[in-house]
Design a protein around this ligand. Structure first.
Ligand code: HEM
Ligand SMILES: *[C@@H]1O[C@H](CO)[C@@H](O)[C@H](O)[C@H]1NC(C)=O
Ligand SMILES: *[C@@H]1O[C@H](CO)[C@@H](O)[C@H](O)[C@H]1NC(C)=O
Ligand SMILES: *[C@@H]1O[C@H](CO)[C@@H](O)[C@H](O)[C@H]1NC(C)=O
Length: 366
């Protein structure tokens, strides 16, 4: 009798706090984030190898706004159901595309911090999935997956609609046709040149400026959207031929499948390469980061909005500080350990540029 009372009091003591404070840090339910080691061989290589055959996705497999991640999942470089850990994203993108190690670690970390579950170390490359539930107590809303607008997915994409106009994760054949028309006009025969993206990006830039009253084209988004054009020129290119062709574009964008006899890049694609790639695509027509206000007027970004404006740390600040939920810093145990690992993964990329370590201060549940 006394023993039973004692037991129930003890149980109550143990249970009550875990009801009041959802067990963010429950070791048994979490994953301990550990980034994979960098690949040893970083030269060119035929992709896919025989262990990664193409298989079309099934009805329950998630696919989203990134043609490269969709391709990686269709070949099993990422789990075919489209649910990946940060380590999966790093291993797959460095192995199959020769994405730089530091670079892959930073984007993978941002993906899980912004659109995944940091305790379970999982993110959907498409929409919501039961393997990526909200954190206990829904402290940061539902993860959304990479298909969800904001935080990572953003405006003025090349083959996807702005969220204002429709589902921003779905490939749009009409937009792609327009891109190919630019290959006809500005390319070198079937070879896709930088001019193709200089002109195509400029065209869609002006179109979205005109037709999206809630356009949000902040510094990080400018970097990503021009960077992604650079990815196409540099990473969809076969190092065997040295060029990316319109046939290659068809493979990656329409089939989401590696071209036949395709070789990954000769050397890893690092942060310095992305800066060169962004500058090259932006070279022909200068564009400015900003956001439409309530009246639909495009307001340019200033130093007041981003203290690191026009420095190498501007993108780091923009993608992390106002973007990722501050509440993640209030977690404990395994959750907080993982958050720190991802923050370290982002810092790693920007540390060589002299940036200070930054912390998330953004709103939750967006
Ligand atoms: C490893 C982590 C990666 C993550 C988390 C990631 C995530 C994303 C996301 C969320 C988008 C949508 C952005 C938007 O346009 O709104 C996107 C677009 C894109 N990504 Fe990735 N990506 C990764 C790696 C890569 C790689 C390695 C390549 C190229 C080989 C690539 C090529 C592209 C391209 C070309 C687009 C633009 C599609 C368009 O504008 O229509 N990505 N990515
Ligand atoms: C790639 O295309 C350029 C023209 O844009 C051409 O000069 C070069 O020879 C091509 N490279 C190869 C390896 O075919
Ligand atoms: C929007 O327009 C109204 C009327 O012209 C003006 O009073 C208001 O300050 C504007 N708001 C913004 C955010 O510019
Ligand atoms: C990767 O990051 C580490 C730590 O910031 C840095 O020392 C190293 O030089 C970076 N590597 C490249 C290739 O940028």
């Amino acid at each position: 009798m006394f023993q039973q009372l004692y037991l129930s009091v003890l149980l109550a003591c143990l249970l009550v706090p875990s009801i009041a404070f959802p067990s963010y840090g429950h070791e048994s339910k979490g994953a301990n984030v550990k980034f994979p080691k960098p690949q040893k061989y970083t030269g060119p290589m035929k992709i896919p190898d025989r262990h990664h055959p193409y298989r079309a996705p099934g009805p329950n497999d998630k696919r989203g706004p990134c043609p490269a991640l969709n391709t990686l999942a269709n070949h099993g470089y990422l789990p075919r159901n489209g649910i990946a850990s940060a380590g999966d994203l790093i291993t797959a993108s460095t192995e199959a595309f020769n994405l730089g190690y530091n670079f892959s670690m930073a984007v993978a970390s941002l993906a899980v911090l912004g659109r995944g579950n940091v305790l379970l170390d999982k993110v959907s490359i498409g929409g919501e999935h039961r393997e990526v539930p909200p954190l206990p107590g829904k402290i940061d809303g539902t993860p959304g997956g990479l298909s969800k607008h904001g935080k990572f997915e953003g405006d003025i994409s090349m083959t996807r609609l702005d969220a204002f106009h429709g589902d921003p994760a779905v490939f749009q054949p009409e937009m792609y046709k327009d891109l190919l028309a630019h290959v006809d006009k500005y390319g070198d025969g079937d070879i896709v040149t930088p001019e193709v993206f200089q002109e195509y990006r400029w065209k869609i830039h002006n179109e979205r400026m005109a037709d999206n009253p809630v356009l949000n084209w902040h510094t990080g988004r400018l970097g990503f959207s021009y960077g992604e054009a650079g990815f196409i020129l540099q990473l969809f290119r076969s190092s065997k031929t040295g060029n990316v062709t319109r046939q290659d574009l068809d493979k990656f964008f329409v089939e989401e499948r590696f071209p036949e006899n395709w070789y990954r890049k000769e050397t890893p694609f690092e942060f310095s390469d992305i800066i060169l790639a962004v500058n090259l695509v932006e070279d022909a027509h200068l564009v400015h980061p900003g956001k439409k206000d309530k009246n639909g007027t495009y307001v340019l970004e200033t130093k007041e909005m981003n203290p690191w404006f026009e420095t190498a740390c501007a993108v780091y600040y923009d993608l992390l500080v106002p973007n990722i939920a501050a509440v993640l810093m209030k977690t404990r145990g395994q959750t907080r350990k993982n958050v720190d690992a991802y923050l370290g993964g982002m810092f790693n990329l920007f540390e060589p540029a002299g940036c200070p370590f930054m912390y998330p201060e953004g709103p939750a549940e967006v």
